[in-house]
Design a protein around this ligand. Structure first.
Ligand SMILES: Nc1ncnc2c1ncn2[C@@H]1O[C@H](COP(=O)(O)OP(=O)(O)OP(=O)(O)O)[C@@H](O)[C@H]1O
Length: 327
């Protein structure tokens, strides 16, 4: 993982881009010192991480970045393994150093369980303010949207913003394995991604940073997909923003290229052109297709979408209205 990182002027590690492949990030940039108070705060919240002495100052304590602890480092922070007393699954804990220019959102909470009030979030108005990614994951966890890391906790200290979420154990970035996958694998992975996107769309969340690095795949578990990195997520209930189109059908260029080759008759091109005319059409057609009880209703779904949904991507919907891809 360290091999794919690079250092930049500000001293943060950045994910490598195509241009800087091979550059490395010095260990100093992975130094995240933690104070006794910060460790206490984690403990009070039932959270724990592995620590080590800091490489540049062995008398200080740092977040451990050994092989077992380090998950990765993105543009904003370090992601390490952790544990929580309140959940049974392992955690991915994202540490973001301050001051980092961060995208925060305001919202209110309501009800017995202090759930996020979606309307206040959409309007970006409310008494609470938090990191966009933490709010998005918390909202999706509250709505029980599957195939997204579950939100566990969010803490702020004088040096860090810390997001604790479910660790996706055994998953790999699609970008790293895409060339080793069969046509059948790619169809199933893209189908699951489309289902996730339409589940987000129903709640009013658009990911807005869809690319193969953020699509994680578990090859040991029937190519199960999870979507990560909600730092650029947006909230709206117009149902016309994402929809799969502006993101899924445009951004993961490599995946899209594969799909174009796999699906006959320029199907993806045709659907893209429908989507350009009417944003939101893809997810509404998916909904129509899964709720059509008879062939007669299905005939109302335009031809290109029917071919896509009957031949390549098959969906069902649970009683909680969650779209699922049928393998
Ligand atoms: N919940 C998770 N489970 C497993 N791995 C994760 C999880 N979240 C993030 N990662 C890994 O940690 C690394 C950094 O995460 P992420 O992409 O969220 O960081 P970022 O700083 O927002 O990155 P970006 O540069 O894409 O904005 C990635 O390599 C990703 O695969």
């Amino acid at each position: 993982d360290i091999g794919k990182l690079k250092s930049d002027d500000t001293g943060y590690c950045l994910k490598s881009t195509k241009k800087d492949l091979g550059s490395s990030c010095s260990a100093k940039n992975l130094e995240y010192p933690v104070s006794v108070n910060e460790l206490d705060l984690l403990k009070q919240n039932g959270l724990s991480i592995k620590t080590q002495s800091c490489p540049s100052n062995p008398s200080a304590t740092c977040v451990s970045t050994d092989r077992q602890s380090l998950i990765g480092a993105g543009t904003y922070g370090l992601v390490v393994r952790g544990r929580s007393k309140t959940v049974s699954f392992p955690l991915a804990m994202k540490f973001i150093k301050l001051p980092t220019k961060l995208d925060l959102v305001s919202f209110n909470v309501a009800g017995r369980y202090n759930r996020i009030d979606l309307k206040s979030l959409i309007e970006n108005k409310g008494s609470e303010q938090s990191l966009r990614e933490a709010v998005a994951l918390r909202l999706l966890t509250e709505y029980e949207v599957p195939l997204i890391p579950k939100y566990v906790s969010y803490l702020e200290t004088s040096s860090y913003r810390i997001l604790a979420m479910e660790y996706l154990d055994g998953y790999e970035e699609l970008s790293k394995i895409i060339d080793q996958l069969s046509s059948k694998d790619l169809l199933f992975i893209s189908c699951q991604t489309a289902a996730i996107v339409c589940n987000l769309d129903q709640i009013g969340v658009s990911h807005d940073d869809m690319h193969e690095r953020n699509i994680l795949v578990d090859r040991r578990n029937k190519n199960k997909v999870n979507l990560i990195d909600f730092g650029g997520a947006h909230f709206s209930l117009k149902h016309d923003h994402f929809t799969s189109t502006s993101n899924f059908f445009k951004q993961p260029i490599n995946l899209l290229g594969h799909l174009k080759r796999l699906m006959k008759d320029d199907l993806i091109d045709k659907i893209q052109s429908h989507e350009r005319k009417e944003l939101g059409r893809f997810c509404s057609m998916m909904g129509k297709m899964v709720t059509s009880k008879s062939e007669k209703y299905k005939e109302e779904v335009p031809y290109d979408y029917r071919v896509l949904f009957e031949k390549y991507w098959k969906f069902s919907q649970t009683n909680k209205k969650i779209f699922k891809c049928i393998s």
